[in-house]
Design a protein around this ligand. Structure first.
Ligand SMILES: Nc1ncnc2c1ncn2[C@@H]1O[C@H](COP(=O)(O)OP(=O)(O)OP(=O)(O)O)[C@@H](O)[C@H]1O
Length: 618
């Protein structure tokens, strides 16, 4: 936790200046997303304030009329009562209007905030997803964007409405007794101090719980998602996960009780302090009657106004407290969204490389943010336009990492990637992704219709059905898709209405089709056939040049026989390129490639060195 605090100190430690900045940011959010609705409530607030002043004035006139009339009814009593009732009904209507508008403003701000968090999350550098602190910030920003806008809107609007209402009553009271009018607002001070303390406690609680909350959400996801459902049942993990979930929730509940205690004590102290002030002011009103400074009707009206003002001030303080609370959380949103916007702007202005005749990696090293050591060391690699280049090597040797650096997913820690003479800095790398198609080893299974699983490869040409079907054909996905009753319109994902599932190999063919549909000059295929049957695998590798004609291809495979026709094969070992050459050159070299190639080939030979025929007894 100490580390997290150092990375992102909670805002409660900050002074009024930072709070003012956050209030400004919060207002900016409301204004940007709900200008019209917000303006409507402002007008209602002003009307409400005027109505409150009128209410006090009419009450005063009514009381004065009643006391001066002696035993009979005063003249114009009916009109005064009707006017007072009319103002009260009007104020009630304004209150309902405000409540309903608040809801709409809250939703509008929530949508605005969530869109920004999602946009940023989808664009942050991939390295961010390697840092636990990033997930904490993301989680806080997500939660803030989801639930705080409603609180922000309601806090802001009810503060405005209650403050204008309080001002109206205060104006009425000041005309009766300036002393009482000045003293009543003091009742808001203990309420505000208490709210400030309570908000701090809540924010610190949320801040400190983020990591544990994420762990709990992960465990609950394991228990409730389709991806883990089979293993959870096969290994009987339900009670094991349940115990872990309970432990985490117990810790949270203990912390919730602590923070609830702090908030309750603060609220009691605030209410007590405020009540004492109001009581003292009423006593003072009585004393002013005794000393003859106030008449009895004036004192009666003043006491009603004091109670009304205290009530409005409490509402205004409550609104301000909610605004303050949500503002603390706005910090989580702002610190997440703002820095990333600068990067996005930089990318928007970056020139996309025009293409390449040669891609060159020079002295490229890479270390994962979470890793203690470099996983790529001083890599020099060239890919010329139209070549098929293969990467082979044992598990963990760095093939996927290198492919991701080439794909512009990761930025090298040291060294450069250039397209011809253009060195790709971060913005250019992002821009260059437009010209790269990748089929990842851990590709995504989109729970969309089949056609969309392919067209997300290049959403801007999603309407090109012919190209979509052609991509499916190249990935040999057309055969099984055409046998499905709804063909390319088949919804995937059994969690959605009418959805069905595919086999691992069929999903992989869709991932391949997606890469083909992207139609980019550089195609990176990381273990593209790991789930395919031997026939499909053979077909793909035999045809790779035709399938990717005119493109530059980087192929990664564990099966050495698959890459033997590549223009150049690089053998990776412990993050370095250990050997390079054509299949024949590498066999002649008699090194690691030759050893691993023969090792794999031997599994297809019987003990006498003949090809293995499993159906014929040896
Ligand atoms: N996100 C990560 N954070 C830290 N280290 C990582 C991360 N991903 C991979 N590594 C480490 O980087 C090294 C290279 O991994 P990489 O996935 O590039 O290997 P690979 O050759 O593609 O392996 P495989 O053949 O198993 O797919 C491994 O030692 C791995 O533990």
């Amino acid at each position: 936790m100490a580390l997290l605090d150092a990375v992102h100190a909670p805002v409660t430690e900050a002074g009024p200046r930072q709070l003012a900045r956050l209030v400004k940011a919060a207002l900016g959010m409301v204004w940007a997303s709900a200008r019209r609705e917000f303006s409507g409530v402002m007008v209602a607030a002003v009307l409400g304030g005027a109505g409150s002043a009128l209410q006090v004035y009419l009450t005063g006139r009514l009381v004065a009329g009643l006391t001066s009339a002696g035993t009979g009814l005063p003249a114009g009593l009916g009109v005064k009562i009707c006017a007072l009732a009319g103002v009260t009904i009007g104020l009630g209507f304004l209150a309902s209007f405000q409540r309903e508008r608040e809801r709409v403003v809250g939703e509008l701000v929530a949508r605005h905030a969530q869109t920004q968090v999602l946009e940023v999350s989808a664009q942050v550098p991939m390295e961010s997803f390697e840092e636990p602190a990033f997930y904490d910030r993301l989680q806080r920003a997500m939660v803030t964007a989801e639930i705080r806008p409603v609180q922000l809107a309601s806090g802001l609007l009810s503060t405005l409405v209650a403050t204008t209402g309080a001002l109206g009553v205060a104006v009425g009271l000041l005309t009766i007794s300036p002393l009482l009018g000045v003293l009543v607002p003091v009742a808001a001070v203990p309420l505000w101090l208490a709210a400030h303390h309570a908000n701090r406690a809540l924010y610190m609680f949320t801040f400190r719980m983020t990591h544990d909350d994420r762990t709990r959400a992960y465990v609950s996801d394991l228990m409730a998602s389709k991806e883990s459902a089979a293993e959870v049942r096969a290994f009987g993990l339900a009670s094991f996960f349940r115990a872990r979930f309970d432990r985490l929730y117990d810790a949270r509940l203990a912390a919730v009780r602590d923070v609830a205690g702090i908030r309750l004590r603060a609220s009691l102290a605030g209410g007590l302090g405020s009540g004492l002030v109001v009581g003292a002011v009423i006593l003072l009103a009585v004393r002013l009657v005794a000393t003859g400074s106030l008449s009895l009707p004036e004192a009666g009206t003043a006491i009603v106004a004091v109670a009304l003002l205290a009530q409005r001030l409490a509402a205004a303080t409550d609104g301000a407290a909610r605004l303050h609370e949500s503002t603390l959380f706005v910090e989580d949103f702002v610190t997440f969204v703002e820095p990333e916007r600068a990067r996005v702007r930089a990318v928007a202005t970056a020139r996309e490389p025009a293409g390449f005749d040669r891609i060159a990696l020079r002295d490229v090293s890479f270390r994962y943010p979470a890793g203690s050591a470099e996983v790529l060391h001083e890599i020099d690699l060239d890919l010329r336009a139209g070549e098929v280049i293969a990467l082979v090597g044992e598990n963990g040797s760095g093939k996927t990492t290198l492919a991701k650096v080439l794909a512009g997913i990761y930025q090298p820690t040291r060294g450069t990637v250039s397209w011809d003479d253009v060195v790709l800095d971060e913005p250019r790398t992002r821009a260059a992704r437009e010209q790269i198609a990748v089929a990842f080893q851990d590709f995504v299974r989109y729970r969309f219709p089949i056609a969309e699983n392919i067209t997300v490869g290049r959403p801007t040409r999603a309407d090109d059905r012919e190209a979509m079907i052609e991509a499916a054909r190249r990935a040999r996905a057309d055969r099984f898709v055409e046998q499905l009753p709804e063909g390319y319109e088949t919804q995937l994902g059994t969690q959605f209405l009418g959805g069905s599932d595919l086999s691992g190999g069929q999903w992989q063919r869709l991932a391949l089709a997606r890469a083909f549909f992207r139609d980019a000059p550089l195609i990176i295929l990381d273990e593209p056939t790991s789930a395919l049957d031997p026939r499909a695998e053979r077909e793909l590798f035999d045809d790779i040049r035709t399938l990717c004609a005119g493109r530059t291809v980087l192929l990664i495979s564990h099966r050495f026989a698959n890459v033997r026709s590549a223009d150049r094969i690089h053998v990776m070992a412990a993050g370095r390129i250990a050997e390079s050459g054509t299949h024949e050159e590498l066999l002649d070299l008699g090194g690691r490639y030759a050893e691993l190639f023969h090792l794999q080939a031997s599994t297809y030979l019987d003990p006498k060195g003949e090809p293995w025929h499993p159906l014929q007894p040896s």
